[in-house]
Design a protein around this ligand. Structure first.
Ligand SMILES: [Ca+2]
Length: 212
């Protein structure tokens, strides 16, 4: 089944204006009639993974134990998500941080306040695996493997002196023999630098049950 716009140029840059028609693909109607590939106000380029992986990148330690790519369906009615499948083998004693999904750089003023959000689900929700989300090389959030349903995660983040912000998802298999994780709709919303408004919930909220 063809993936909408996956065959289009991966180096297609941000479509800041809705007038750009170059991102429209042909034949999308028959590809996945129940999902919507249209990106809505992406703060991180291709954070919805509807256009393959670029400009995201992947660091991979052990190609024998880990498989990754985009997979259907995506979160929240979208078509595609980033997917990792990891299985321990006799050569892979230590699979900590075996795969790292690296975001493109996002310009961020120093000491700016953001809400970072993404969607996640697991193949097996009762195991020891987890995701660490690094923001500028420090762990900013951790998500344990708890649910096979799509779950939205959001948390506040304040930048330091850096003028860029880069997110890195690190998949840790932990004590599990195998597990899979899907990540989708990575987004950042700037909150400015005021403290008068409360950040709101940091908790994840379970939503629909698109999982399998
Ligand atoms: Ca998506």
């Amino acid at each position: 089944m063809p993936v909408p716009s996956a065959s289009a140029s991966l180096n297609q840059t941000r479509t800041s204006s809705t007038g750009s028609s170059s991102s429209t693909t042909t034949g999308t109607a028959s590809a996945s009639p129940t999902c919507t590939a249209a990106a809505s106000d992406e703060s991180i380029e291709n954070g919805d993974f509807e256009n393959g992986l670029s400009p995201w990148s992947v660091d991979l330690v052990d190609i024998m134990s880990t498989h990754y790519g985009t997979d259907q369906p995506g979160a929240d009615g979208s078509c595609n998500a980033f997917h990792v499948r990891m299985r321990r083998n006799s050569q892979s004693d230590d699979l900590r941080a075996n795969l790292r999904l690296v975001s493109p750089m996002v310009a961020a003023p120093p000491s700016s306040r953001w809400t970072v959000s993404f969607w996640v689900r697991w193949a097996t929700g009762d195991q020891d695996s987890y995701l660490n989300l690094f923001a500028n090389y420090a762990v900013a959030h951790r998500v344990d493997a708890t649910s096979s349903n799509w779950t939205r995660v959001a948390f506040p983040y304040t930048t330091g002196e850096d003028r860029n912000l880069q997110l890195v998802f690190s998949f840790v298999l932990g004590a599990a023999s195998a597990n899979e994780v899907w990540i989708d709709k990575v987004a950042m919303e700037v909150l400015g630098d005021v403290t008068s408004t409360s950040m709101g919930p940091v908790l994840a909220a379970a939503t629909n049950s698109a999982g399998r």
